[in-house]
Design a binder for this molecule. Structure first.
Ligand code: ZN
Length: 208
């Protein structure tokens, strides 16, 4: 209590003081964390795979992702995983393993975290499902936001390779990423996963 008076815990988005110090977000920001309609999917071009998402990528949810990405609050990976787990149960999917869409190594190094991997690890614990980090990012040292759409496509075309080791053949794979915007990254990740002959691929992102 005294600690909270000296160092009040502020809402991660708007910096006001939540009613309960154990809350990450204030009462005004919490409603933004409502789970999306699980039947609302993002269709990927030329792939017979639809991407489900847990949350809408707005305001406080964006703040959560940003804090996660930049490694400021690594324990938020657990929070993010709990939203994914909740949506996963609503989807009724059955999977054998979880594969994170890994970060480009340089970005993970700079921020001290591969948040996608960290989220997947936490989700794996919750779902009692093994995590296979089989996707390796080839390039991708540059933030994609700085590229135009044409560059983005050519840039990410060959940006994944399949790591040898864990086998995904004949397995039902749950691919995990933080945000889906154009779907390009996930598309390339899925194309690479196909090289391992999985039985089925499901894709779930934290936000859309
Ligand atoms: Zn707030």
């Amino acid at each position: 209590m005294l600690n909270n008076l000296l160092f009040p815990v502020l809402c991660l988005h708007c910096q006001t003081v939540p009613q309960k110090s154990s809350h990450l977000f204030c009462e005004g920001c919490t409603p933004y964390f409502e789970l999306r309609d699980p039947s609302d999917r993002f269709p990927l071009k030329e792939l017979n795979i639809q991407v489900a998402s847990a949350l809408e990528y707005i305001g406080p949810v964006k703040s959560l992702v940003k804090k996660l990405k930049t490694g400021q609050l690594p324990h938020l990976a657990k929070t993010a995983a709990s939203f994914l787990a909740a949506q996963f149960y609503r989807l009724g999917w059955e999977v054998d393993c979880i594969v994170p869409v890994c970060r480009p190594w340089l970005r993970a190094l700079v921020h001290g975290i591969d948040h996608s991997h960290a989220i997947a690890d936490n989700l794996g614990k919750t779902l009692s499902t093994p995590v296979y980090p089989v996707l390796r990012r080839r390039g991708g040292e540059y933030p994609q936001g700085r590229l135009n759409p044409e560059q983005r496509v050519s840039f990410s075309k060959n940006s994944f390779t399949l790591r040898k080791g864990e086998k995904i053949a004949d397995k039902r794979v749950l691919l995990i990423d933080d945000v889906i915007t154009t779907g390009t990254t996930l598309q390339h990740a899925i194309n690479t996963l196909f090289e391992g002959f999985p039985a089925q691929i499901y894709a779930l992102t934290l936000c859309r």
